[in-house]
Design a binder for this molecule. Structure first.
Ligand SMILES: [Zn+2]
Ligand SMILES: [Zn+2]
Length: 321
């Protein structure tokens, strides 16, 4: 068999092979570093061959002016392949495989977060060409850094302020408000929930979270399956919107690993999909880039209703064979 993509003229889409000899993420292939991937069968984690941070970072020259600062970018960056299958997305993985991936995220958060100097572990997936990813092999990245990413620092500070003002967990009150309203809930089970938040900035922005407060994913045990189930439902509905792999940026928002008390931080997963319609990007322009605040083009209630109405079975698995 020759390894090639074949055009499906009726579906008007490419059929991608299970294995791609040029894919640096596929089992058995050699990466740019010269390392050969093992013939992995489940989740596969490796150190990024082009890390943006490293414990081997050399000392940097201090800027001449005291108004500026610089320091070595110390840390670890890793890649996590979800599956040996080149052509599957996270949405197409069975529930137990998604639970397995969540377990890997738990291990990575603990492993990397326990390293000295690591103040935060950012796990995220960039999916689709709309966010600059041309390789369809399902994978995410991990940045373990010597600083806390700005958005997380903001959420930590907001959560602490809210707790000292109200004696309550901010994210708990968000979940409560969403449940009371109900119009923006996408999926829910005993211990996990997914919703488009009242304050969404992107058309299809979705938060997925355990209902109980845990500051990071590694603190979940029996709730992990519920979380995987709700996550999977959201992913399937996303793909079913336009019968295409739905592009997004998906960060896990977890407490910093800086040794401080983060009991008011509620772990959650956020989806920031860049598309408003197929082939229509939400452009970040004057208000967003220039001013730093978002203009929202759509109503979260309408978008939640649309997403909720999508089937819970992935469109590709409906095809009769
Ligand atoms: Zn691949
Ligand atoms: Zn968040």
């Amino acid at each position: 068999m020759t390894w090639e993509e074949r055009w499906h003229p009726l579906r008007e889409e490419w059929v991608v092979p299970r294995y791609d000899p040029d894919c640096y993420l596929c089992p058995g292939n050699t990466r740019v570093s010269g390392t050969t991937n093992p013939n992995y069968k489940q989740v596969f984690v490796f150190d990024n061959d082009h890390p943006s941070v490293s414990f081997g970072a050399p000392n940097v020259e201090q800027p001449w002016s005291s108004v500026y600062q610089a320091r070595p970018a110390r840390g670890v960056s890793r890649v996590v392949c979800y599956s040996p299958r080149h052509n599957l997305t996270l949405a197409e993985l069975p529930a137990d495989k998604i639970t397995g991936l969540l377990r890997t995220w738990q291990e990575q958060y603990l492993d990397l977060g326990n390293l000295p100097e690591i103040e935060h572990v950012l796990i995220f997936e960039n999916k689709g060409e709309a966010v600059g990813v041309s390789n369809p092999h399902p994978h995410c990245q991990i940045y373990a850094n010597n600083f806390v990413f700005k958005t997380i620092a903001n959420e930590v500070a907001a959560g602490r302020r809210y707790f000292s003002d109200n004696g309550r967990i901010l994210f708990q009150d968000i979940i409560l408000a969403e449940k009371e309203d109900g119009r923006r809930i996408i999926a829910e089970n005993d211990s996990a929930i997914a919703f488009i938040p009242y304050f969404a900035r992107y058309a299809y922005e979705v938060f997925v979270a355990p209902k109980n407060t845990h500051s990071h994913i590694a603190a979940l045990s029996s709730e992990l399956k519920d979380l995987a189930e709700v996550l999977r439902t959201v992913l399937i509905k996303f793909d079913n919107l336009w019968n295409m792999p739905f592009p997004y940026v998906m960060p896990l928002h977890q407490a910093p690993t800086d040794g401080e008390d983060h009991s008011t931080f509620h772990f959650h997963i956020e989806f920031h999909p860049p598309l408003r319609k197929p082939n229509l990007l939400k452009y970040l322009a004057g208000p967003e880039i220039g001013g730093g605040n978002f203009l929202s083009d759509t109503s979260p209630e309408d978008k939640a209703a649309e997403l909720r109405s999508m089937p819970d079975v992935h469109y590709k698995s409906e095809a009769k064979s």
